[in-house]
Design a protein. Structure first.
Length: 153
């Protein structure tokens, strides 16, 4: 059965013109849909992108939508409503935050690598032999240990 639909823009215009005769919230597996009556027609609200019947997963979301466009009275048919158990949506804000953090880290890392390559290619870069670095680190460690030992006495 093909369900005829109405888009948000048309619904808002009908509400503004006072042409809506009724709004009917219909429960179904996984959520709630909206059927509106105007003139001799009855249509389901369509999702913006898919043009299929829009399903609101939460009644609170649907009620908020209806109040925002000016529909404050409607009836509810919950006979076929079934909540989707165990299919909760992951925390999208947390996932987006991780995605942005990963992108920022990737950008920083690439900048660091690019700077290091430029420095390595620069003929004026001074290179320090590994043995000298090891000797300097050993000296710093000895000094640090002496300071630690001196402060504990």
């Amino acid at each position: 059965m093909v369900t005829e639909t109405i888009d948000h823009g048309t619904l808002a215009e009908l509400v503004e013109a006072g042409a809506l005769r009724g709004a009917h919230v219909v429960g179904q597996p996984g959520g709630w849909s909206l059927r509106v009556k105007y003139g001799a027609a009855e249509r389901s609200l369509a999702a913006q992108r898919s043009r299929q019947v829009r399903v609101f997963r939460r009644m609170e979301t649907l009620v908020s939508y209806l109040k925002d466009i000016g529909i404050e009275r409607f009836d509810v048919d919950a006979v076929d409503y079934e909540a989707e158990g165990g299919k909760s949506r992951p925390d999208r804000a947390k996932a987006m935050r991780r995605t942005h953090e990963a992108a920022a880290h990737d950008k920083w890392f690439r900048e660091q690598v690019e700077a290091a390559v430029k420095e390595a290619d620069d003929p004026n870069t001074e290179w320090v032999p590994h043995e000298i670095v090891k000797q300097d680190m050993a000296r710093q460690r000895t000094e640090l240990l002496a300071r630690i030992k001196g402060s504990s006495e």
